[in-house]
Design a protein around this ligand. Structure first.
Ligand code: RB5
Length: 142
């Protein structure tokens, strides 16, 4: 199950990603925003991050204009490893190496087609479970 959220800047891309998830039969909950009216990205980044950190969702997908503000927000929530990805290599590597549980996207940075490929790569790549990566991840949180 996936938690998805965006601000107004990410709203249109979020609609496209939800359609893409539906086409694959992936279940998700949309945490808003629900229109293109101007709003504040931390409200949506935090809502998704908290739901993932609580164990209610396996993964989160968060989108704002750049992906930066919303990923900074999500990474303030304990237990969240949010990765801002603009390419499939990074999406694969962050699952393999960082066991990232939230994918952040910049709607003004990546197009719809690439964003959907990044989503697929992120969701389909398992964590490596390598000892060195487990050790490094354990050193991230204070
Ligand atoms: C909104 O204009 C924009 O600041 C926001 O979507 C995001 O890019 C912030 O990091």
């Amino acid at each position: 199950m996936i938690a998805i959220g965006s601000d107004h800047g990410g709203y249109a891309l979020k609609q496209a990603i939800m359609k893409h998830l539906e086409s694959k039969g992936d279940k998700y909950t949309d945490f808003g925003t629900y229109s293109e009216a101007s709003c504040d990205y931390p409200d949506y980044g935090r809502a998704v991050a908290k739901a993932v950190a609580a164990g209610e969702y396996q993964f989160g997908i968060i989108i704002c204009g750049t992906g930066i503000g919303i990923s900074i927000t999500a990474n303030k929530v304990p237990g969240i490893r949010a990765a801002l990805c603009g390419d499939c290599f990074s999406a694969e590597a962050t699952r393999l190496h960082n066991d990232a549980n939230v994918l952040a996207l910049g709607a003004r940075v990546v197009g719809e087609g690439l964003a959907c490929k990044i989503v697929d790569t992120f969701l389909d790549t398992p964590f490596s479970n390598d000892e060195r990566h487990i050790r490094r991840i354990s050193k991230i949180e204070p």
